[in-house]
Design a protein around this ligand. Structure first.
Ligand code: URA
Ligand code: CA
Length: 437
């Protein structure tokens, strides 16, 4: 096979065979295909797209480029994935809820990079919590309590890692077939039978418009279906942080508050978490209808079973289960600052990305993947789009371990709230659902 001919075929709008796509992926990983050739290939895909057979073959080639997990001993397993958002603590709520309803979730998760947080960092803020388990510990925890979360293997879809780094510097990230195959190569390598995808849209998301997000959701579900999986994708709003907490210990604390019934019910974060849990329950065959799945999820949250499940998993993974009921057991920041509204009016918009960046500036995130993070750092942000705020009213609380950081971050938070004289209609939480059929 010849990479120049493969690039030329794709450039001219022809369809590549599975063997040609495997050759491209394997060749790029081994070095037989050069960076400039892989870049030309990505650009040709950017212009000409991929059909279903190409999407499947390209995704499978990247999936099989590294470690894959065999979850078959666990029976039917479920997983979820979010394309990334701010204050997106859904995993820490939806997993214990779904597990308490009989789902089995053996999840490999990643660390945060950029302005969105990683589930692994949030879990590691719980004192003692281990995210490196032997396969036996991992499977035993799932069998006993319904879920477990461990760190992603370094060798998960290495071809995708190499392609992604290349796309980042060749203006080829924003291609739906390339994004969808990238995401699905990793999710399929993780081995679950049923997958719920949360595709974010809005000013704090990768996909800025609902139309673009819907297109991605459609291709993601199609790849999953072609791989024989049950997949549901929701397109959900990221025009403001999803919950109130942005950071690591603060996000874990917010998950525990919601699971413990300590927050007003039906917040956006609670509603989306319950919806994602109920989609997992439905796909796992643990409920006969959407309505039944939703009722089961709601009951498991309200009666405290989900929180108990979470505490049991924390203990099984070496963490302090008391942290689930007593937030003082989580890391506490030495310095706090309350941010107040600079003017009165209706919240017309929130610069979501800026709130994420403010949390990073407080020490909650990492700029490079080798960087450490400050588990206690972060913020709470309260304004809802469409609601009225008065000058001087507290709109956020900032947490940091360094005295100088909160004042700098406060400026970003203040500027991120766009106030107007007229009320606006808040965006919907869930725009739509794509299902495999
Ligand atoms: N996330 C991924 O994993 N891959 C992409 O290409 C884009 C976002
Ligand atoms: Ca299985």
């Amino acid at each position: 096979m010849n990479i120049v001919e493969i690039i030329q075929k794709k450039r001219d709008g022809q369809t590549l065979s599975a063997a040609e796509l495997r050759y491209t992926v394997d060749g790029y990983l081994s070095g037989a295909v050069a960076d400039y050739q892989a870049a030309a290939f990505c650009m040709a895909v950017w212009f000409n797209g991929m059909d279903d057979d190409e999407l499947s073959a390209f995704t499978q080639a990247m999936r099989l480029s590294g470690d894959t997990l065999d979850l078959s001993p666990l029976g039917v397993t479920a997983d979820k994935h979010s394309t990334g958002g701010v204050a997106d603590t859904v995993t820490l709520i939806a997993l214990p809820v779904a597990a308490a309803c009989g789902c089995r979730i053996a999840k490999m998760s990643g660390r945060g990079l950029g302005f969105t947080g990683g589930t692994l960092d949030k879990l590691e803020s719980i004192p003692g919590f281990r995210t490196r388990l032997s396969e036996k510990e991992f499977f035993d925890t799932v069998e006993k309590f319904g879920f477990s979360v461990i760190g992603q293997s370094e060798k998960l879809a290495p071809a995708d890692k190499k392609f992604y780094a290349l796309r980042d510097v060749t203006a080829t990230v924003d291609s739906v077939p390339l994004i969808a195959s990238s995401i699905m190569s990793k999710k399929l390598a993780c081995g679950a039978d049923a997958l719920v995808l949360d595709v974010k849209t809005g000013n704090g998301a990768f996909m800025k418009t609902p139309e673009a997000a819907r297109k991605l959701a459609e291709v993601l579900t199609r790849i999953g279906r072609l791989a024989g999986k049950r997949v549901t994708a929701l397109v959900t709003d990221m025009n403001r942080p999803l919950g109130t907490a942005v950071g690591n210990a603060v996000e874990a604390a917010e998950a525990f508050e919601i699971l413990g019934g300590k927050t007003p019910p039906h917040s956006r974060l609670e509603r989306l978490s319950l919806r994602i849990a109920s989609e997992m329950i439905l796909l796992s065959g643990k409920a006969a209808s959407e309505r039944e799945a939703a009722a089961a999820a709601e009951a498991a949250l309200r009666d405290g079973r989900a929180l108990k499940t979470f505490a049991a998993v924390i203990e099984a993974q070496g963490g302090d289960p008391e942290a689930a009921v007593n937030p003082k057991r989580l890391p506490q920041a030495a310095f706090r600052l309350t941010v107040c509204a600079r003017e009165s009016g209706f919240v017309n918009a929130v610069n979501t990305e800026e709130i994420g960046r403010a949390a990073m500036a407080l020490g909650a995130g990492r700029l490079r993947k080798e960087d450490g993070i400050d588990a206690a750092a972060g913020l709470r942000f309260y304004p809802e789009i469409g609601s009225r705020i008065e000058k001087g009213e507290p709109i956020a609380e900032l947490f940091a371990s360094d005295r100088s950081l909160p004042a700098q971050a406060a400026v970003r938070v203040e500027k991120a709230v766009i106030v107007g004289e007229e009320p606006v209609v808040p965006p919907p939480l869930i725009y739509e659902k794509e299902e495999t059929t």
